[in-house]
Design a protein around this ligand. Structure first.
Ligand SMILES: Nc1ncnc2c1ncn2[C@@H]1O[C@H](COP(=O)(O)OP(=O)(O)O)[C@@H](O)[C@H]1O
Ligand SMILES: N[C@@H](CCC(=O)OP(=O)(O)O)C(=O)O
Length: 373
């Protein structure tokens, strides 16, 4: 896909970051919100489905509660988010209404998307809203999201939503012109990267964290988001939400921001869901033979190829498969808990019964539950 194809996109996820929405921490930037909504409404007029992922609940809550700095404790953050979310959705609802559009609030936690059934439920709800012509306004359900079940940043949430609704385009609107070859907030000589493949390993070096105290993930999570989105074939553009008519101009193919080219083979729907799982419960280190077999794709992981097991996980948990250098090569849902996996590591399945007193699946991780990274 090249930039000129963006105009053919039928479904787009627009993510607006905290750094941008909050007018430097002084509550919501209302004129800017009106501007983005106007542009999204223009897309709707051309029958493009629009899903909005908006941050800003904590920042708006801080402003309403007159807190000068971002709260430190989780409960204060959750309280601030609950207060702020009211202002956020109200603002979007009012703005969409002026264009004759309905908005719907959808709050998600990581837990909602890591459970396959709930993932599918969320998908059906979002698709139904789009069928109704409604613009879903999504944020993390901060009021209940504890550390273990948080996305933490909305870039990741935006990418998983792009997977869920099979969007063509993910627009990450932020406070910088795009992704630079170094953090421009720290290095004035940094250069904007106009286009780059999501596969490019350089990305891991240049994408730093957020220093504003408002945003959470910085560019690190935007790069990860672009890679996740690419798994369902979505193109990602990281671009400044401060540019005049930015959404329409990106749609028209103008070379703004950073286009993260999704040139990886898209995964089947179930594997996209697996790839979007973030909470690893442990890891298994493989011998070189098993690494080769997994990389050749399409094969299950057998216990015989495992050298060591670490972490405390249960059957069905997500674990990482590492090579001898500790590099992750795949992740998947494991068929044995950590203690049993350690007992059968390096052994053929014919010995499982003698070692464990029972024999379950032959595979440690079945190929349907395994995804290369
Ligand atoms: N290579 C980079 N290019 C651009 N910005 C970067 C880079 N590395 C780190 N950053 C930081 O990422 C910030 C944007 O991320 P963040 O504050 O999380 O915004 P948002 O709320 O929009 O997600 C920038 O303000 C900048 O400080
Ligand atoms: N969900 C929270 C925090 C999300 C957040 O800050 O994300 P981001 O703007 O992507 O760095 C909020 O609405 O304030």
């Amino acid at each position: 896909m090249s930039r000129s194809d963006f105009s053919k996109a039928k479904r787009v996820v627009v993510k607006i970051g905290s750094s941008l929405l909050t007018d430097g921490g002084r509550g919501l930037n209302k004129p800017a919100i009106a501007g983005w909504v106007e542009q999204m409404a223009a897309l709707r007029k051309h029958d493009v489905d629009v899903v909005l992922v908006s941050s800003g609940s904590v920042a708006e809550g801080m402003s309403r509660l007159k807190l000068k700095t971002r709260p430190k404790t989780l409960h204060e953050l959750q309280a601030a988010a609950s207060v702020g979310q009211m202002g956020l959705v109200r603002r979007f609802e009012d703005e969409f209404q002026t264009h004759g559009l309905l908005a719907a609030q959808v709050l998600l936690t990581h837990d909602d998307l890591s459970d396959r059934q709930r993932y599918l439920n969320a998908r059906s709800t979002l698709l139904t809203l789009l069928d109704f012509g409604v613009v879903p306004v999504i944020n993390e359900n901060d009021a209940v999201a504890t550390e273990e079940i948080r996305f933490g940043d909305n870039d990741t949430l935006g990418a998983l939503v792009a997977n869920l609704v099979e969007a063509d385009l993910l627009l990450l609107l932020t406070d910088q012109l795009g992704l630079f070859d170094a953090n421009p907030s720290l290095n004035p000589a940094a250069q904007l990267i106009s286009e780059i493949s999501v596969n490019e390993s350089l990305l891991d070096e240049v994408a730093g964290g957020s220093i504003s105290g408002l945003g959470r993930g910085g560019m690190f999570t935007k790069v990860r988001a672009a890679r996740l989105a690419a798994r369902s074939g979505a193109a990602t553009v990281i671009v400044s939400g401060k540019l005049e008519q930015v959404v329409n101009r990106v749609f028209a193919g103008e070379a703004l921001g950073t286009y993260m080219i999704p040139n990886i083979a898209p995964l089947a729907a179930r594997k996209q869901w697996l790839a979007g799982q973030l909470q690893l419960k442990g890891s298994v280190t493989l011998d070189d033979g098993a690494v080769k077999i997994l990389k050749a794709a399409g094969k299950s992981l057998l216990a015989v190829g495992v050298k060591t097991v670490s972490g405390s996980f249960q059957r069905g948990d997500l674990v990482s498969c590492l090579d001898a250098h500790g590099q992750e090569i795949a992740r998947g849902l494991i068929n044995y808990g950590a203690d049993d996996a350690a007992k059968i590591a390096g052994k053929p399945s014919s010995e499982f019964e003698a070692l464990l007193g029972y024999a379950d699946d032959d595979e440690l991780i079945h190929r349907d539950n395994l995804v290369l990274v």
